[in-house]
Write a protein that binds this ligand. Structure first.
Ligand SMILES: [Zn+2]
Ligand SMILES: [Zn+2]
Length: 76
């Protein structure tokens, strides 16, 4: 007899929002942009505007909940 209860990690949604970091596609991880795309003096010309100099871009996406495998409930 299986007693199921809502998954505490995704609260029964079956998916969870995770943040992932990946190498910036604009600067290749260097954080610098050699191609100056703007003349705006507020922005440094050689700082990558896509990652703001960090070299990584952070994205958030829904992934299948690892706790309940997308079922939304786990055995109690
Ligand atoms: Zn970048
Ligand atoms: Zn879950």
């Amino acid at each position: 007899m299986l007693d199921e209860r809502p998954c505490p990690l995704c609260r029964g949604a079956g998916e969870t929002l995770v943040a992932s970091e990946r190498t910036c596609h604009s600067c290749g991880g260097t954080g610098r942009d050699r191609r100056s795309s703007t003349d705006d003096p507020r922005f440094s010309a050689d700082t990558c505007q896509a990652c703001h100099g960090y070299g990584v871009e952070t994205s958030r996406e829904f992934q299948l909940c690892p706790s309940c495998n997308g079922r939304g409930s786990i055995p109690g």
